[in-house]
Design a protein around this ligand. Structure first.
Ligand code: SF4
Ligand code: SF4
Length: 444
């Protein structure tokens, strides 16, 4: 059986956030495989934990992929100061006798952005609107690499590490079944320490906010590596809660065209013609001359949470404009890479520690050593774990399922990934979006 088939059957998707079906990346034609081990969302530490404890699995997964796809060079890109992680990776590489390099990058945000990491390692800019493969590179997350290794043994993705941090009694890495709810994850971390609070699914920069009332129904998927609990009056929560019409009004009345958002934009700095100040100016003036820049935004959030002195949100304006343009069928057509800004870029990288302070997250730990295993009474599995189509449920209410059994499927070739039961138990609810399973032997 091909590795692509094994990876599809195991339901592997990109664990770094976007959830792209990994088997679709198993193609020939690249000259370099980059393993993204530069986890950069503030406070998240799941990938670091995996590297310290499962380095051999990650290395083996990367080697298997490189071999199957005839990629001659493999580089693991991680932060230079991750000494324990680098030591574990080196040992795994040596033990396996693998031809794998490690490249250290500075600790800045967004070092783990795919295109930023490719630039850091190769000096090449992925063309605007393009893919790393356009410059001969394929990128996979380090946890994804470990999941590829498991797939070669026929083991599907049923568990993952989730960093549970913020306002919880004991910030910790939780080894959780896919679909564990936010409520169960918070309980595993000793419970929330504030009321009222907001759930951030993912990291503080790019994660999605949800009210605490949803904690019982919010199942964590394959690409959700973090849960941050924040007080409802935290500045980050209040900023993210601003409604669109208010942000639009502020854009029109307050943007002073200082260009700080552009000067620090990571995509602008690698040579893309993304100038968020022009998007803002176009919205101010009601013209469309700079709007198309928004299509190039990766939504990293630097402009709104770090750069703008006026507290505006170029990111949300870019998301808003992108939506309008895509609805009109406008796509990126100019793939020209303009001169990058290598010289300025060197001192415009935003140090992670400084960034964490700016976000008022400095009181929470930025690395974690402890891990707890969670076996909750109920899991709520999404049928879609990122990019692509949802899987189609193949079980019904009342069915008994075993951990690892497919509960929602797709055909090989479709853009998506099958979903497996993550516990032994009884199917309690099924709809197009979710399958709820009550664990065998649970108290409920
Ligand atoms: S940083 Fe803020 S004020 Fe300055 S140009 Fe950008 S959006 Fe406008
Ligand atoms: S969110 Fe802002 S800083 Fe980030 S890519 Fe988009 S425009 Fe640039």
């Amino acid at each position: 059986m091909s590795l692509a088939q094994q990876v599809f059957d195991a339901g592997v998707v990109g664990a770094g956030g976007a959830g792209f079906p990994t088997y679709k990346k198993l193609v020939e034609g690249a000259e370099l495989l980059v393993v993204n081990a530069a986890e950069c969302e503030p406070l998240l530490a799941s990938d670091r934990y995996l590297m310290r404890h499962h380095a051999a699995q990650a290395v083996a997964g990367a080697v298997a992929m490189a071999s199957a796809c005839r990629i001659p060079r493999v580089v693991i890109g991680t932060k230079s100061h991750y000494a324990a992680e680098i030591a574990a990776l080196r040992e795994a590489i040596a033990t396996a006798g693998a031809d794998v390099e490690i490249a250290g990058v500075d600790s800045f945000y967004p070092a783990g952005d795919e295109q930023t990491l490719v630039y850091e390692i190769t000096g090449r800019s992925v063309p605007p609107g393009g893919l790393p493969l356009d410059v001969g590179v394929v990128v996979i997350n380090v946890t994804t690499a470990a999941n590829i290794e498991a797939a070669t043994r026929g083991v599907p993705v049923t568990r993952h590490y989730v960093t549970v941090t913020g306002e919880v009694a004991h910030p910790v890495i939780v080894d959780a079944p896919i679909g564990a709810t936010a409520a169960a994850l918070i309980q595993a971390a000793g419970g929330a320490t504030v009321e009222p609070y907001v759930l951030v699914r993912g990291g503080p920069m790019m994660g999605k906010h949800a009210p605490s009332g949803q904690a019982d129904r919010l199942g964590f998927g394959k690409a959700d590596g973090g849960l941050v609990v924040l007080p409802a009056d935290h500045p980050l929560v209040e900023f993210m809660a601003k409604p669109l019409d208010r942000l639009l009004g502020e854009t029109k009345s307050m943007c002073i065209q200082c260009e700080m958002c552009t000067n620090l934009c990571p995509r602008f700095l690698i040579g893309h013609q993304l100038r968020p100040h022009r998007v803002m100016r176009s919205l101010q003036s009601g013209t469309d001359s700079g709007l198309a820049d928004a299509l190039l935004c990766c939504e990293c959030g630097i402009c709104e949470l770090y750069s703008c002195p006026m507290g505006l949100s170029p990111r949300r304006m870019c998301v808003y404009v992108k939506g309008l343009l895509r609805a009109q069928g406008v796509r990126v057509t100019d793939r020209t890479v303009h001169a990058d800004h290598a010289e300025e870029r060197a001192y415009r990288k935003i140090a992670q520690a400084r960034f964490i302070d700016r976000l008022r997250l400095g009181r929470y730990p930025s690395s974690l050593d402890d891990m707890v295993r969670l076996d909750p009474d109920v899991v709520r599995l999404a049928t879609q774990h990122g990019v692509g189509a949802p899987a189609r449920p193949v079980v019904a209410v009342g069915d008994r399922v075993r951990c690892g059994q497919v509960v929602a499927g797709l055909e090989f070739g479709e853009l998506g990934a099958p979903v497996h039961a993550s516990v032994d138990g009884l199917v309690r609810e099924v709809d197009d979006a979710h399958i709820t399973i009550e664990r065998e032997g649970s108290r409920s």
